[in-house]
Design a protein around this ligand. Sequence first.
Ligand code: HEC
Length: 115
Amino acid sequence: MSGRFKFRALGLFVGLLSCWPTNVDAANLSKAAQRGRTILQERCGRCHAIKSVGESPLENAPPMRDIYARFNRRELQAELSEGMVSKHRDMPQIEFSDEDVYAIMSYLYILAVRK
Ligand code: HEC
């Protein structure tokens, strides 16, 4: 019974993601986005630029806005939750929770829209 519920919940989640962000209310989105920005700042900001302007602190790390523009959104989501694979040795391999991935994607989305 609970297995079935989980499956349904997953379906709902996927469904939400596929029509997101249109059906997420603005307050929620900005709250998630704020969290996303904090996460990126803490985990990625020492190498990647995470704002809509400015160079990355680490020369060959692409700014997050460029990563978001270049990647397929689904692919990036998958990479975030499975742990980023990078040729760069120093880059941490972090597996984010669904909630964190959502927060990060929300922030990157806003970044892309504002540009
Ligand atoms: C220690 C520095 C460092 C940190 C911290 C770091 N990165 Fe990177 N990242 C790099 C460098 C350098 C590159 C470019 C070379 C490469 O692709 O390995 C890169 C590339 C990337 C790419 C592009 C990979 C590709 O295939 O083009 C993504 C996506 C990425 N980083 C995401 C992240 C995220 C998300 C975080 C935070 C969780 C993060 N990085 C933290 C240094 C870092």
